[in-house]
Write a protein that binds this ligand. Structure first.
Ligand code: HPA
Length: 249
C-alpha cells in the first residue's frame, strides 16, 4: 500500500474516500495523528498529516520515528512525502514541483535512527541515493499522466527551522550544492530506508529561498500561503494518478 505524508498545506486529500481512521501506538510514542485510510478510485491509500491535523507540530517536534513505524506496521511499502521548500536554484521558481534525488542534512537534535539503545546492534544503512529511483519514476510518470510538469532531480537541504534561513545560510547551502531547502525531509527519508520502505518526495517550491529573487529583501509569508494553496491542487492530482496506477486494491 502507498502512504502519503502530507506537509504544510496538505492536511487531507479531497478526492479520498475515507474508510477508517486508526490511532496507532508505537514503541517510539505517538505519530502526528491517527492514520486515515481510504480509497482513490479502486486503490487503497493511507494518509498522515505530518504536522498534525491542526498543524500544531513544528518540524523539530514531529515524531518522525513514530510516523514511519506506524506506517510500516500497516503493510505500507511506499511512502510519498509531500513537502514545501524554498527554491535556491533560480530554475526552481515559486509554484514549481520538484522530485529531489539528493539530500543534505543540516538538522540536529532529532531522533534519527531506530538502531539505538541497549538491545539494538549497531546497524548502518546505505544512503548513497536517499530516494527510491523506482518510486521517483512512478511519481514522474503520474505527473506526466496528469499533464503537470515537474522538475526531475535536485538536492534538498534539510534545515532545522522553524525559522527561515539567513541569506548567508542559503549562500552556504548553495555552495554545498543544494538547490532547494525545507525543514522536514530529514530524518524522515533515512528512517524510511531503515525500515526498508521505498520513499520519494514531491517538493513544492512556495518561495524563493532567503536572499534570492523576490525574497532578496526578505521572505513574504503571505506569498508562501498563496502559492501553497494554488499548488496543492496540482499535488492532489499527481497523488491521485499515482495511487490509481500503483495503489493496488
Ligand atoms: N526554507 C525552509 N523551509 C521552507 C522554505 C524555506 O524558504 N519554504 C518552505 N519551506
Amino acid at each position: 500500500m502507498i502512504a502519503i505524508i502530507g506537509g504544510s498545506g496538505l492536511t487531507g486529500l479531497v478526492n479520498l474516500e475515507i474508510t477508517k481512521r486508526q490511532i496507532v501506538r508505537t514503541p517510539y510514542g505517538e505519530p502526528s495523528g491517527p492514520l486515515t485510510f481510504g480509497r482513490i478510485g479502486a486503490s487503497e491509500v493511507v494518509f498522515l498529516a505530518r504536522h498534525g491535523y491542526g498543524h500544531t507540530l513544528a518540524p523539530h517536534e514531529i515524531n518522525y520515528r513514530a510516523n514511519l513505524w506506524a506506517l510500516h506496521a500497516q503493510a505500507v511499502t511506499k511512502v510519498i512525502s509531500i513537502c514545501t521548500v524554498g527554491g535556491i536554484a533560480p530554475a526552481l521558481s515559486a509554484g514549481t514541483i520538484a522530485i529531489p534525488d539528493q539530500v543534505i542534512d543540516y538538522t540536529w537534535g532529532r531522533p534519527s535512527t531506530f538502531f539505538e539503545g541497549a538491545e539494538q546492534p549497531v546497524t548502518h544503512i546505505d544512503f548513497t541515493y536517499p530516494y527510491s529511483e523506482e518510486l521517483r519514476t512512478m511519481v514522474k510518470d503520474a505527473a506526466r499522466a496528469a499533464g503537470l510538469p515537474v522538475t526531475d532531480g535536485g538536492t534538498y537541504a534539510a534545515a532545522q527551522g522553524p525559522r527561515l534561513e539567513t541569506k548567508a545560510e542559503i549562500d552556504r547551502y548553495e555552495r554545498d550544492g543544494a538547490t532547494m531547502v525545507g525543514m522536514t525531509g530529514m530524518p524522515e527519508a533515512a528512517l524510511a530506508r531503515e525500515l526498508g520502505l521505498s520513499y520519494a518526495a514531491l517538493a513544492v517550491v512556495v518561495n524563493p529561498a532567503a536572499g534570492r529573487g523576490a525574497s532578496a529583501r526578505g521572505v513574504s509569508l503571505e506569498d508562501i500561503g498563496r502559492v501553497m494553496e494554488e499548488s496543492m491542487a496540482k499535488v492532489r492530482m499527481i497523488v491521485a494518478k499515482l495511487v490509481e496506477r500503483h495503489g493496488g486494491a
